[in-house]
Design a binder for this molecule. Structure first.
Ligand SMILES: Nc1ncnc2c1ncn2[C@@H]1O[C@H](COP(=O)(O)OP(=O)(O)OP(=O)(O)O)[C@@H](O)[C@H]1O
Length: 269
């Protein structure tokens, strides 16, 4: 194959560049997926072991090499078990960027019907933002999960199935303090409110701010192993926050929240 250029004696051609670009893309996706989570520390630890293996192999230290080699062999299976939720999410992220995902150039070009449906998503965003603005103003605590492509697993015994269109007034009345449905989270899937009064898994991430309570922790929890977006209105302060990929972003403006919702619901991030 024809060389493109050479660098310190190494010859590069187009396939090398493509190879490198794919590796960079995968590493960036992996970093985005793991950053802020406990899995990130495990990932760094594993990376150090792999680097140590290459160093001792290069230095021709046979005992250490064999030891690390056998650790790495078993480690591959361990990685699949430890990172099972992250691997699932990683594949989800990749799938969303595939040529036929709703935000891709090909879909917009060849499947204009999918493009049209964004009007509906804009409408949903406006209804949710209107409700959040009013609830923030009246310091009504709220927790709304936008389950993008991944179905939320929740405790059906405690929650109430709703299956209704999304409407600002309905959202407000669900979270109104006198409502029997106000406790717990409300789940939106597609263009429907799926359920209310849902108990979510609480995040055990020790890096979260210590002063946040269970509403914020459970919002983080439900986004740790999925591509859900969780929106929070604090009952105590009226502040608006959101959780995504296991990270909590506090005190956001309505405009920032709207942009985030567009990213998730329209652009498919
Ligand atoms: N596991 C959970 N899943 C869903 N909602 C929960 C969960 N745990 C608590 N909540 C909700 O959070 C409320 C308690 O909020 P808490 O004061 O502990 O949280 P907070 O993060 O400090 O929020 P705020 O700023 O609104 O007070 C509960 O009344 C309930 O509605």
């Amino acid at each position: 194959m024809e060389n493109l250029f050479s660098f310190y004696g190494y010859r590069f051609h187009w396939l090398n560049i493509l190879d490198l670009a794919i590796v960079i893309f995968l590493v960036v996706q992996l970093y985005r997926l793991l950053k802020g989570s406990l899995a990130f520390n495990i990932f760094v630890g594993l990376l150090i072991i792999y680097l140590a293996y290459f160093v001792v192999q290069h230095l021709q230290m046979p005992i250490l090499s064999t030891l690390l080699q056998s650790f790495i062999n078993v480690g591959l299976i361990a990685i699949i078990i430890i990172f099972q939720p992250e691997i699932r999410k990683f594949l989800l992220v990749l799938g969303k960027k595939a040529p036929l995902s709703k935000d891709s150039f090909f879909t917009k070009l060849f499947l204009p019907d999918k493009f049209k449906s964004y009007k509906e998503e804009e409408n949903i965003i406006n209804e949710v933002i209107t409700a959040i603005a009013r609830m923030a103003g009246s310091r009504t605590g709220a927790l709304i999960v936008i389950a993008n492509t991944y179905r939320v697993k929740f405790d059906t015994a405690s929650s109430i199935a709703i299956d209704s269109n999304i409407n600002a007034k309905l959202l407000e009345s669900i979270f109104c303090k006198g409502s029997p449905l106000h406790d717990g989270a409300l789940i939106i899937v597609g263009n429907k409110i799926l359920a209310a009064k849902v108990i979510l898994p609480v995040s055990e991430n020790p890096n979260l701010p210590t002063r946040i309570g269970l509403r914020h922790r459970s919002a983080v929890g439900i986004t740790e192993h999925s591509d859900n977006l969780a929106l929070i209105v604090s009952e105590e302060t009226g502040a608006i926050s959101y959780a995504q990929d296991g990270n909590l972003v506090q005190d956001v403006s309505l405009e920032e929240l709207k942009v985030k919702m567009y990213e998730v619901m329209v652009d498919g991030y």
